[in-house]
Design a protein around this ligand. Structure first.
Ligand SMILES: [Zn+2]
Length: 307
């Protein structure tokens, strides 16, 4: 098996695979530099960082299950201390993300739950998890949405797939804060619908799916997170008896899509009065929520002068 990526680029990637003959596909995702960089851009408290890292690796696993050209977005909204988390990923592999939260409330929960053990329901409250695929203008936006009523993010996504009749899928996620920063890993399995199969073939496929699920569950956090163990070795260890095949891996990088030009377009759609209200000390500063980049303008930059 080959990973399709040169050795130096294997730290942040999505490794797709298939199990021969039974319509089972999957992917193993490992993110280290990407997760670490996005979290450090914001200096999030550990409990928020851990959930956002889970969102990132989950977004990569889900996005890779869809064929799309554009932007995949995974988002949560809740009434708890963490109000919002957003991660998006382009089909080229550029990822970004941020969280909005009440720092005091998050700190109070962290004080009661040492480490990063605070539960998702405590931090997030009631709300939902949604994903969207935006393929640009004049195309359909595909959206999936599920109420957040699980103990973990992967429980919530499992719940979504149980409700949806189109796709059977399973996940396992792992996140760690090591000495060298944050790392996250995921393995996802999905079962492809098979058409015109005999009852016996169906039963064999059912068995293969159940076995793959059990094997996936046996994957350890260490296997998901250890940068020294190639993903293909992990896949071989888990599924070799069933004939696992790795496809070309895709790299992921931490990269925001904001630019001065994009911010300017948004500001130019506002009235001079609205712009004046946004000014501080004669300057208008817009900070990108995803990457913290700052763009400075003056009202004169933005209001066309009529001669
Ligand atoms: Zn940005």
């Amino acid at each position: 098996m080959r990973t399709g990526l040169p050795a130096g680029e294997r730290r942040d990637f999505i490794q797709p695979f298939s199990i021969e003959g039974h319509g089972v596909r999957g992917r193993l995702v490992r993110l280290s530099g990407v997760v670490d960089r996005i979290i450090k851009q914001h200096a999030y408290p550990d409990s928020v960082a851990k959930l956002l890292a889970e969102m990132m690796v989950l977004a990569a696993a889900l996005a890779a299950a869809l064929k799309y050209e554009g932007v995949f977005t995974l988002q949560t909204k809740g009434d708890g201390p963490i109000r919002l988390m957003v991660v998006d990923l382009t089909s080229e592999g550029a990822m970004r993300g941020y969280a909005q939260f009440d720092a005091e409330k998050v700190a109070a929960i962290a004080a009661e739950n040492p480490g990063d053990q605070a539960s998702l329901p405590r931090l997030h409250g009631k709300g939902y998890l949604a994903f969207t695929v935006d393929q640009g203008q004049h195309t359909d936006r595909y959206q999936g949405i599920v109420e957040m009523d699980g103990a973990t993010l992967s429980d919530c996504v499992h719940h979504y797939f149980r409700q949806s009749e189109q796709l059977q899928a399973g996940f396992k996620l792992a996140v760690v804060k090591g000495e060298d920063g944050w790392r996250a890993g995921a393995i996802m399995l999905q079962r492809l619908p098979q058409e015109n199969v005999t009852e016996m073939a169906e039963e064999i496929a059912d068995d293969a799916w159940r076995r793959a699920f059990v094997l996936m569950a046996s994957c350890t956090d260490r296997e998901l997170l250890d940068l020294e163990t190639p993903a293909t070795d992990v896949l071989y260890r888990l599924f070799h008896e069933d004939g696992v095949r790795a496809q070309k891996a895709q790299g992921v990088e931490a990269k925001c899509r904001c630019s001065r030009g994009r911010v300017e377009t948004v500001l130019k759609a506002m009235t001079p009065e609205e712009l004046t209200d946004l000014q501080v000390d004669g300057k208008l500063t817009v900070t990108c929520e995803f990457c913290n980049a700052q763009y400075d303008f003056t009202v004169a930059d933005l209001v066309p002068t009529h001669g």
